[in-house]
Design a protein around this ligand. Sequence first.
Ligand SMILES: Nc1ncnc2c1ncn2[C@@H]1O[C@H](COP(=O)(O)OS(=O)(=O)O)[C@@H](OP(=O)(O)O)[C@H]1O
Ligand SMILES: [Mg+2]
Ligand SMILES: [Mg+2]
Ligand SMILES: [Mg+2]
Length: 452
Amino acid sequence: MPISCPNFAVQSLHLRSSSFTTTAREINFTPRDFGISPPIFRTNLRPNSVNYSSRCNCSQTIFSAEAARDYDDQLKFESERYSDELEVAVKAVHMACLLCQRVQESLIAKGDDHVQSKDDDSPVTIADWSVQATVSWVLSDAFGSANVSIVAEEDVQELSKTDSIGILNSVVKTVNQCLAEAPRFGLKSPPNPLSTSDVLEAISRCNSIGGPTGRFWVLDPVDGTLGFVRGDQYAIALALIEDGEPVLGVLGCPNYPMKTELLSYHQRVLSTQPSANWDKGCVIYARKGSGGAWMQPLLRKEEKKFVWPNSASEIKVSTIDNPALATFCEPVEKANSSHSFTAGLAHSVGVRNQPLRVYSMVKYAAIARGDAEIFMKFARAGYKEKIWDHAAGVVIIEEAGGVVTDAGGHHLCFSKGMYLEGLDRGIIASSGSTLHNKIIRAVDASWNSSSL
Ligand SMILES: Nc1ncnc2c1ncn2[C@@H]1O[C@H](COP(=O)(O)OS(=O)(=O)O)[C@@H](OP(=O)(O)O)[C@H]1O
Ligand SMILES: [Mg+2]
Ligand SMILES: [Mg+2]
Ligand SMILES: [Mg+2]
């Protein structure tokens, strides 16, 4: 029996099956018009299952009962897509946040010497390796190691040196302490504590190099390690990429308070807030195409009986589009992004507020939560941005209603391996297209006279 369904043609564009691609084209829309990325649109095709019959005289599309059923099935399928992966990812990041809080507290309290320097002089700590091992183990246990491919920042080279034995032992202890808590999140603990070689294996299993096809996870176990060792902001970032497009993003921000006004409070977060009588820490996540981004408060590690599932609230980008009222955020270190160039851009578009300088992908979280309107990063010429520093943040900002592109206005490309290849000058994220376009025009106007 045919069913007349008002606005069905437009609704049906959300269905993402090949049949609807045709429907969309007939009325001059493409999946991109709806923020649907082609790789997702193409997957799970169910060709010919929709009987596109005719149009009624009031311009409403008429579909068969079979089509309506198919519509419901497809909607259900879409709303459940990646739900297992997202659930495990959120739990793994949540566990990693508690792990990091413990390590950071001990590092600040004892002035721990377990901070190593990598070949590029950047810091790496027990927390970086421990989170990588933990998340790797949790994902492999949940989905089977044969099905899990991970691109991640750390390797075991430094950790395997004979003089790193003390650090390695601390990593193994930290990982086992964290995994022992897995049942509190509804996950399994390993039947026996992981051995040193199990932990090394879990870290080095994250050796995928990414690419344009298939599915892989992208993990930055501690983003903003410098902020971490200084007792300041840092993030745990996990994304899932399918056929070159990030489809899930999870950001753990253990020192980013639920109450916005505390973000501008920078240094010595831990030492001056000892009783933690404030909602410190959150986990933010989003699924590509769902049109929403969500935030959970971080469960307190000292609460022995915390209840999972945790509550979540929806987050949205700021509605401010007047540069005079906008705040921009950028890296703390001027070695990582030119502060003078961004100050010039901000001035030329009429931004008056002081920049919010925050370590790590907490900057992406700040835009998604509506705590700032613009994020800019212009690294020195020759620096290649890594996919793990951006993938999770991009999904979250876009689903919260914002925009992320390079300075040429192109989407960031996650399909060319571990680097954001072809990045045009720098990265800009904004709460909306008005501010975004102004910044892009300002970059064009001042780029040639810059020293970047
Ligand atoms: N020279 C240089 N230029 C640009 N970017 C660099 C550079 N060196 C490092 N990185 C990467 O920056 C990540 C931290 O970025 P942030 O925005 O947090 O910078 S800052 O720490 O606030 O200055 C940082 O991530 P983590 O290593 O995970 O901390 C690096 O991947
Ligand atoms: Mg690093
Ligand atoms: Mg990083
Ligand atoms: Mg890192």
